[in-house]
Ligand binder design. Structure first.
Ligand code: NZQ
Ligand code: ZN
Length: 391
């Protein structure tokens, strides 16, 4: 039976070629003292930085800049941002970039209104009662952070990567112009597509029955990704395909598809250990971990849902054989699709061996209180077996 839910996502999405023209007014809705957060320089190369500066100057905003956010964003930069906000009475945090920039901005916006150590919020040891408003200008469709409740930060001393969900993490507004994604390197484009698909699949694999509407919406979204991902790999400036992917990425993680069901998220937790320790792109890690997770849970969950996924999303013929045969063929096709995007599908292809399996599995289990995932609840020793399958 569909489980009870409340769905409330107040993020305003401004989408399309002309969307940045709304930025100045959106900022003004929250103030004129702005912290602008961005990454390693891509926004300057594509001219977006200048456009954002123009918007800020047009409303005579006072602004501070925090640049240098790295993929798999680090806690130390979050502390710097919080400090700037507190010292200068910042009224709005503006993230210009991808998931790493947005997640850093989320941590800063929360930490700026909290008296203690922001990391305690991530560890679940404390809670905050307010946050600074946050706006985003998105440059890579992937993490879905522009509309999600999550922020994922890595504490560099011990490579501990932790996600935190909170209503205070939902941006007030997000500006999405598919043209800003034309400049993405193929590897980042592909990793983003894999991550978007993973956000759908984490929710798709549930033991909750009678969730047909969300099943079918996600199947549609996944087919949209299968269709458009190869198009942007071959033709990076294809507006139509970039737009389909960008909007799918946003919807895939805004919790609409989570309604009435319990998602799994084991593959994400297993992946976060990889990107924390080896600093690979989150999406590349998911291309490795998701198929391995599927292979491991298949005999333990019954093949029905995996077979449904295989037929409806990947077009495996229903008369191929048993449900199990169909499910395995679906996993093989998914791996083939990831390979076609030049993503790694085994750990060794990403230069990772088995030396940290025990450590990653144990921390993964510890961070979630012992049980990883929900479709098939897994222990640390199950996690080790999944890493072995991924080798
Ligand atoms: O730093 P710059 O120079 O901007 O380069 C970035 C970065 O190197 C580059 N890039 C971004 N837009 C570009 C561009 N290069 C050229 N042209 C553009 N238009 O891409 C690289 C990756 O950026 P990043 O922000 O790290 O990518 P992504 O959006 O995939 O974010 C990944 C992070 O989000 C977390 C991941 O774990 C990872 O830390 N996640 C956050 C979630 C959330 N908050 O809801 C959910 C996800 O499951 C995920 O865990
Ligand atoms: Zn993800």
């Amino acid at each position: 039976m569909m489980i009870d839910f409340t769905f409330h996502n107040p993020a305003k999405i401004i989408f399309g070629r002309d969307s940045l023209s709304h930025l100045a007014q959106e900022i003004l809705n929250y103030g004129t003292r702005v912290l602008v957060v961005y990454g390693g320089g891509s926004i300057k190369r594509i001219g977006l930085y200048d456009e954002v500066m123009e918007s800020l100057n047009s409303i005579a905003a006072s602004f501070w800049e925090l640049s240098g956010v790295q993929p798999n964003p680090r806690l130390s930069l979050v502390y710097e941002g919080i400090d700037i906000c507190k010292k200068n009475g910042v009224e709005l945090v503006l993230a210009v970039g991808g998931g790493s920039v947005i997640d850093t901005a989320k941590a800063i916006a929360n930490g700026a209104c909290y008296g203690g150590d922001v990391w305690d919020l991530y560890l679940g040891k404390a809670s905050n009662e307010c946050a600074l408003p946050l706006g985003t200008v998105v440059t890579i469709p992937a993490a879905g952070s522009e509309m999600s409740f999550s922020s994922v930060i890595t504490r560099e001393e011990d490579s501990c990567k932790v996600g935190r969900n909170s209503p205070f993490n939902v941006p007030k507004f997000s500006i999405l112009n598919p043209e800003y994604t034309y400049s993405l390197p193929p590897y980042q484009t592909a990793a983003g597509c894999v991550d978007i698909m993973a956000h759908l699949m984490e929710r798709y694999f549930t033991q909750i029955q009678h969730v047909e509407l969300t099943d079918r919406m996600m199947e549609g979204a996944l087919v949209t990704m299968l269709h458009n991902s190869p198009i942007v790999m071959a033709d990076p400036t294809n507006y139509d395909a970039r737009a389909e992917i960008m909007w799918t990425g946003c919807l895939a993680h805004n919790s609409l598809f989570q309604t009435g069901r319990i998602g799994d998220w084991a593959s994400h937790k297993l992946e976060h250990e990889l990107s924390a320790l080896y600093d690979i792109a989150h999406g590349a890690g998911l291309a490795i971990m998701f198929p391995a997770w599927m292979k491991y849970v298949l005999p333990r969950s019954g093949a029905k849902k995996l077979a449904q996924f295989a037929t409806r999303v990947l077009g495996v013929p229903e008369d191929l054989g048993t449900e199990e045969d169909i499910a395995y063929e679906g996993i093989a096709r998914l791996e083939g699709f990831y390979r076609s995007l030049d993503m790694p599908v085994r750990l060794h292809e990403a230069g990772i061996d088995d030396r940290d399996f025990d450590r990653m599995a144990q921390r993964c289990a510890d961070l979630v209180g012992g049980t990883i995932g929900a479709f098939v609840p897994l222990s640390a020793s199950d996690a080790v077996e999944i890493y072995k399958l991924a080798l």
